[in-house]
Write a protein that binds this ligand. Structure first.
Ligand code: DAK
Length: 259
């Protein structure tokens, strides 16, 4: 499938999705959302896919926010519907069954920071800048920024960023637990590829159940402890569990099949 604003690279099952509107600093217009939705739908359940890296095209930006030039003509009803649509698409990313890593290679502002936060974790390159500047525009985050920012850095730091609209640099994002690594420019994608390749050697069902359970931690209606026990039971019935245990005893590498 071709996408208007996404570049796709498939490197032995590690998919790099590059938001490609560099002249607008990769701002998220409606078509980018549609492309992201179709892209994650296409790869979900594809056994050949090991994981997805999300990044931005050009030298300056990961994604500099929602496309401000599309804000005209919004009213309460349209605004709520658009917010829900964006949240649902970002949830689709968060609930993807393989690892999704954001490589933040420049500005990640507003919707861009929200996109990065929907990924399972984040690698920042040195020029990364994070912020939720919505209050400058008279709005609030609409793609779950008020929720996910608090999860990563806690209430005090999140509120300071949300209310001041200040940007933080990559090192501060590391201190705030928003990113896992800060690397020199150009080293983010190789690092993400290495992590995804490592995860791809593990049992796929165990990986997808773990992602789901960790996501459940943040859902008020999910009983994570019960969910873990149920998933553990299901996993005991898998061929991969038998293979993993047998490989350990036989002192060899496990050959997992995702069954
Ligand atoms: N939208 C559209 N165009 C953008 C853009 C954006 N968010 N950010 C940058 N651009 C465009 C600029 O207009 C400029 O285009 P031309 O003028 O050349 O045509 C080009 O990208 C290069 O930008 P600059 O010339 O400004 O580049 P600088 O290096 O000087 O500055 C900057 C970089 C990132 C500091 C600056 O571009 C900037 O402040 N950009 C805006 C950042 C921002 O405020 N982003 C929006 C955050 S609020 C919603 C739900 C959620 C949201 C909205 C609605 N609904 C449910 C309806 C979320 C809102 C946000 O994301």
């Amino acid at each position: 499938m071709n996408f208007e604003h996404l570049l796709i690279d498939n490197n032995d099952g590690i998919i790099t999705v590059t938001v490609n509107r560099p002249k607008a600093l990769n701002a998220l217009n409606r078509q980018v959302f549609t492309d992201l939705k179709n892209c994650f739908e296409q790869y979900k359940g594809d056994a050949s896919v090991k994981g997805i890296i999300v990044t931005g095209a050009g030298e300056k930006a990961f994604v500099a926010g929602a496309d401000i030039k599309e804000f005209d003509g919004l009213d309460a009803e349209k605004g709520q519907a658009l917010s829900k649509r964006g949240q649902d698409i970002f949830l689709q990313i968060e609930e993807f069954d393989k690892p999704v890593i954001a490589v933040v290679n420049g500005f990640a502002l507003g919707g861009g920071c929200e996109l990065a936060m929907a990924c399972h974790f984040r690698i920042a390159e040195e020029n990364a800048r994070f912020g939720q500047p919505e209050v400058n525009l008279g709005i609030i985050p609409g793609y779950a920024g008020t929720q996910r920012l608090v999860r990563y850095m806690g209430k005090g730091k999140a509120l300071e960023l949300l209310l001041t609209a200040d940007m933080i640099d990559a090192q501060t994002a590391l201190r705030y637990d928003l990113v896992n690594y800060v690397l020199p420019k150009g080293e983010g994608i190789p690092k993400a590829q290495k992590i995804i390749a490592k995860i791809a050697t593990k049992a796929p069902i165990a990986v997808s159940e773990t992602i789901k359970l960790v996501n459940d931690y943040y859902k008020s209606d999910a009983d994570g402890f019960a969910g873990e026990s149920e998933a553990f039971g299901r996993i005991c019935d898998t061929e991969d569990f038998k293979e993993g245990a047998a490989a350990f005893v036989e002192k060899r590498k496990a050959n997992f099949k995702g069954k």
